[in-house]
Design a binder for this molecule. Structure first.
Ligand SMILES: [Zn+2]
Ligand SMILES: [Zn+2]
Length: 388
């Protein structure tokens, strides 16, 4: 039985020595293997993973590699377990940990910065200068589970206490797995300088993060919130999450003009770009008013052509964000705890962890209009469910 020296366990949460874990082989190749249950070090806990959501970035890591980076290089054939959006139950405490108790349910942030570099000290731990320096002779204490260290597509994982957010009992596992998604939306709005009630926002692209930006922006009092997207089912969800307007860009020859018309002819104060369409960046800088701000929360594969003269002559600010810094996940969880929006509207499917390849196919090919697909280790294959 699992009983590492210095680690506190409980007979109420017996932990096996080994667990099932999906491991990345060649690009796109996942194998289910047995791995040792990891051991928490100082300031770390062992989390039993109860639900993990699949993110578009997981597909990037599994099929392309970056931003996954294992031992300083591509993540393939390194016994690496991907997956980074998850929640679970604290199952064991590393030496000295008293911030959490065994049995407590938690959502987890992805990035545990090193805690000592310039950016970590500023709360920008997703931009840690010691990113990925956690192998060989170098241990800077940095973890980004599912990117530079083992992640969520398994049964247990270690997390630094600074990545944990306690969640209430009435929050479902599926909703708990979406806290970090809402946290990324919150971080985007934080980096834009902190949205002030009554300010206008365009969200381009209704993927999970775009939809959560709509929800968080409305919770913060933005007015109007305009979503641009081409799939009708997602436009409908955006309206349910509080968007004032949902613009189907496939029916609009000039999306910039359409957005301006909805905000009294002027541009909006903020655009959060979540579509990853290369044209969307240039559209975004033309959608904001003079002095407006654009946050890029999705990355394109192609370089985007952008009208720099327009940006400069109109004093437009352009930000890129990575992940969920500055404790944004805590603020997002507070909104969800207070039921200020229903994140479960973006959850469409749940599969057993053992069916991960099916779950990934649903997420990748958007089978059955899939948006957020969740896997659960404890879900029996016979009980796989599609969310209502
Ligand atoms: Zn993600
Ligand atoms: Zn750091």
């Amino acid at each position: 039985m699992y009983a590492p020296a210095g680690v506190k366990t409980s007979t109420e949460f017996p932990i096996p020595d080994t667990m099932k874990a999906w491991v990345l082989g060649d690009p796109g190749e996942l194998k289910l293997k047995d791995k040792s249950v990891p051991v928490p070090k100082r300031a770390e806990v062992l989390v039993r993973i109860d639900a993990a959501a699949i993110c578009a970035t997981d597909l990037e890591v599994i099929y392309q590699g970056p931003p996954g980076m294992i031992q300083g290089g591509l993540p393939f054939n390194k016994n690496f377990t991907p997956g980074h959006e998850y929640m679970g139950t604290v199952a064991a405490l590393g030496p000295g940990v008293d911030e959490y108790r065994i049995g407590q349910r938690v959502a987890v942030e992805i990035h545990a910065g090193c805690g000592q570099c310039k950016r970590c000290r500023e709360g920008m731990y997703t931009s840690c200068h010691n990113y990925g320096l956690n192998y060989g002779d170098v241990d800077k204490g940095h973890r980004a589970n599912g990117f530079t260290t083992d992640g969520a597509f398994c049964e247990y994982q270690v997390n630094n206490v600074n990545t944990l957010v306690a969640i209430p009992d009435d929050m479902s596992d599926e909703e708990g797995a979406l806290v970090v998604t809402a946290g990324t939306a919150m971080y985007a709005l934080t980096e834009l300088g902190g949205l002030v009630a009554g300010e206008s926002v365009v969200v381009s692209g209704a993927g999970p993060i775009g939809l959560m930006v709509v929800a968080v922006a409305k919770a913060l009092g933005a007015q109007p919130v305009i979503l641009t997207e081409m799939r009708d089912n997602r436009l409908k969800i955006a309206l349910e999450l509080g968007a004032d307007f949902a613009v189907n860009i496939s029916k609009e020859p000039d999306v910039v003009a359409a957005v301006k018309k909805l905000n009294g002819g002027k541009g909006v104060d903020y655009v959060v770009e979540c579509s990853a369409a290369s044209k969307a960046v240039n559209d975004a800088v033309h959608m904001v008013n003079r002095g407006g701000k654009v946050c890029l929360a999705a990355f394109t594969h192609d370089s985007a052509l952008v009208d720099i003269a327009h940006i400069v002559s109109n004093n437009i600010y352009v930000y890129g964000i990575r992940g969920e810094g500055k404790s944004a996940v805590h603020r997002a969880e507070a909104f969800m705890r207070q039921k200020r929006f229903d994140a479960t509207k973006i959850h469409t499917h749940t599969f057993p962890l053992a069916d991960l390849p099916t779950a990934i196919r649903y997420a990748k090919d958007r089978v059955d209009d899939a948006i957020k697909v969740v896997v659960k280790a404890k879900l029996n294959a016979a009980h796989k469910v599609a969310a209502e």
